[in-house]
Design a protein around this ligand. Structure first.
Ligand code: NAD
Ligand code: TYD
Length: 359
C-alpha cells in the first residue's frame, strides 16, 4: 500500500510525512511544485529512506498526476497542496485561484479516472482526503458559538474563498461521481518548518534580529491555535476511520489574541536567550517587547476564528495532545535550534515579500 501526499514540501505536509513514516512503514509519494513555500530541505533526513519518493510538479498537471497514480497505485491521496497565505492572496489572488481552485479541480478529475479504473475492493477502500481551513466559515463575533461543520461558508479573503471553492468541488465529486472523499477544516497551525511569513515564525525571526514585531490593527484578533503534530494525528485518524463524504473540524481549544501570542513569544525569548543584545537589560528595560509595533490592519481582517471539535472528538476519539504552552515552547526552541534552516529561506524572494508587505 502507498499514499500520495500533495504539497508535502510545505509546512504541514512535511510535518505530516515525518509523522506518517514514524508511525507506519507504508510508503509515501510526495508531489510538490516547490513554490516559494515548498522546501525539500524539510525532508532531507528522508533522502535515503526507501519508503519516501519525491516528484516535482503541479497538482494541475494531469499527465504527470496520471503517471504517478498508475505507477504507484496509491490507496489514498492527501491534498495539502495550496497557496496558503492570506496577505499574499490580497496582493495577488491569481495564484490562489489557479492552484486552490483550478488545480484541485484538475486533480479531482485525474483522480476520478484513476479511481474508476480500480477493482471493486480497491475502489471501496480508496480515499481522497482534502485538507482545508476554518477560514472558509468567515469571522465570528466575540460571543458567537465556535464553528461546527454545519456553519455556513462565508469566506472573506481571496485565500479563504479559493479554499471554500475547492471544498465545494470535493463535495460535488462525492455527491455526483461517488468519489470517496473526506474533508478536514482545521484552525491555525504552528510548529517546526513553518515559513516565516506567518505570525508565529515571523515574530520569532524578527525578534531574534532586533527588527519590529508588526502587529496588525489592535492585535485583538483571535485565532484557535493547534500544534502541527496534533493536526497530523487528526488527519491520520480521519483517514483511518472517517466516514466517506463527511467533514471534520479540527481545532486546538486554544483561542488567543494575536497580541497575547506575540507577548508570549517575547517572554519565552527573554527566558531562552538572556544574553541577546535585544533581550531585557539595564540599557534596554523593555527587551523584546519593546520591538512590538502596531501597523496598518489587514484589509477585510477576520476578527475571530474558533473551532468546535466535538464531532472528531466524539466520533473518532481524537483530541490534541499539546497545550498552547507546551507547543509554543517547543516551537520557539525549534527555531532557535534551526537557525540554519531559517537562514536558507529568508533570502531573495522572502526579502522582496517583506519589503512589499511591511513597506
Ligand atoms: P504551505 O504554504 O507551507 O505549503 C504548501 C505546499 O504546497 C508547498 O510545498 C508548495 O510548494 C505546494 N504547492 C503549492 N502549489 C502547488 C501546486 N499547484 N502543485 C503542487 N504543489 C503545490 O502551506 P501549509 O501551511 O503547509 O498548508 C497546507 C494545507 O493546509 C493548505 O491546503 C492549507 O490551506 C491548509 N491549512 C493550513 C493551515 C495553517 O495554519 N497553515 C491551517 C488549516 C489548513
Ligand atoms: P497568519 O499567520 O497570516 O494566519 P491567518 O491569517 O491565516 O490566520 O496570521 C495570524 C494572525 O496574525 C492574523 O490575525 C493576522 C495577524 N498577523 C499580524 O498581526 N502581523 C503579521 O505580521 C502577520 C503575518 C499576521
Amino acid at each position: 500500500m502507498t499514499i500520495l501526499v500533495t504539497g508535502g514540501a510545505g509546512f504541514i505536509g512535511s510535518n505530516f510525512i515525518h509523522d506518517w513514516l514514524s508511525q507506519t512503514n507504508e510508503p509515501v509519494v510526495n508531489l510538490d511544485k516547490l513554490t516559494y513555500a515548498g522546501n525539500i530541505e524539510n525532508l532531507s533526513s528522508l533522502s535515503d529512506d526507501e519508503r519516501y519518493t519525491f516528484a516535482s510538479g503541479d497538482i494541475g498537471d494531469a499527465e504527470l498526476v496520471r503517471k504517478l497514480l498508475f505507477e504507484h497505485k496509491p490507496r489514498a491521496i492527501l491534498n495539502f497542496a495550496a497557496e496558503s497565505h492570506v496577505d499574499r492572496s490580497i496582493h495577488g489572488p491569481e495564484d490562489f485561484i489557479e492552484t486552490n481552485i483550478v488545480g484541485t479541480f484538475r486533480l479531482l478529475e485525474t483522480v476520478r479516472s484513476y479511481w474508476d479504473s480500480l477493482e471493486d475492493v480497491d475502489r471501496d477502500a480508496f480515499r481522497f482526503l482534502h485538507i482545508s481551513t476554518d477560514e472558509v466559515y468567515g469571522t465570528l463575533a466575540p460571543d458567537a458559538a465556535a464553528f461546527t461543520e454545519k456553519h455556513r461558508y462565508e469566506p472573506n479573503s481571496p485565500y479563504s474563498a479559493s479554499k471554500a471553492s475547492s471544498d465545494h468541488l470535493v463535495r460535488a465529486y462525492h455527491h455526483t461521481y461517488g468519489l470517496p472523499v473526506l474533508t478536514t477544516n482545521c484552525s491555525n497551525n504552528y510548529g517546526p518548518f513553518q515559513f516565516p511569513e506567518k505570525l508565529i515564525p515571523l515574530m520569532i525571526h524578527n525578534a531574534l534580529a532586533g527588527k519590529p514585531l508588526p502587529v496588525y490593527g489592535d492585535g485583538q484578533q483571535i485565532r484557535d491555535w493547534l500544534y502541527v503534530s496534533d493536526h497530523c494525528s487528526a488527519i491520520r485518524r480521519v483517514l483511518e476511520a472517517g466516514k466517506v463524504g463527511e467533514v471534520y473540524n479540527i481545532g486546538g481549544l486554544n483561542e488567543k489574541a494575536n497580541l497575547d501570542i506575540v507577548n508570549t513569544i517575547c517572554d519565552l525569548l527573554e527566558e531562552l536567550t538572556p544574553d541577546s543584545q535585544f533581550s531585557r537589560s539595564e540599557k534596554n528595560p523593555e527587551g523584546y517587547k519593546g520591538l512590538i509595533t502596531f501597523v496598518t490592519d489587514r484589509p477585510g481582517h477576520d476578527r475571530r476564528y474558533a473551532i468546535n471539535a466535538e464531532k472528531i472528538n466524539s466520533e473518532l476519539d481524537w483530541q490534541p495532545s499539546e497545550t498552547f504552552e507546551s507547543g509554543i515552547r517547543k516551537t520557539v526552541e525549534w527555531y532557535l535550534n534551526n537557525q540554519e534552516w531559517v537562514q536558507h529561506i529568508v533570502s531573495g524572494e522572502y526579502r522582496d515579500w517583506v519589503t512589499k508587505q511591511y513597506a
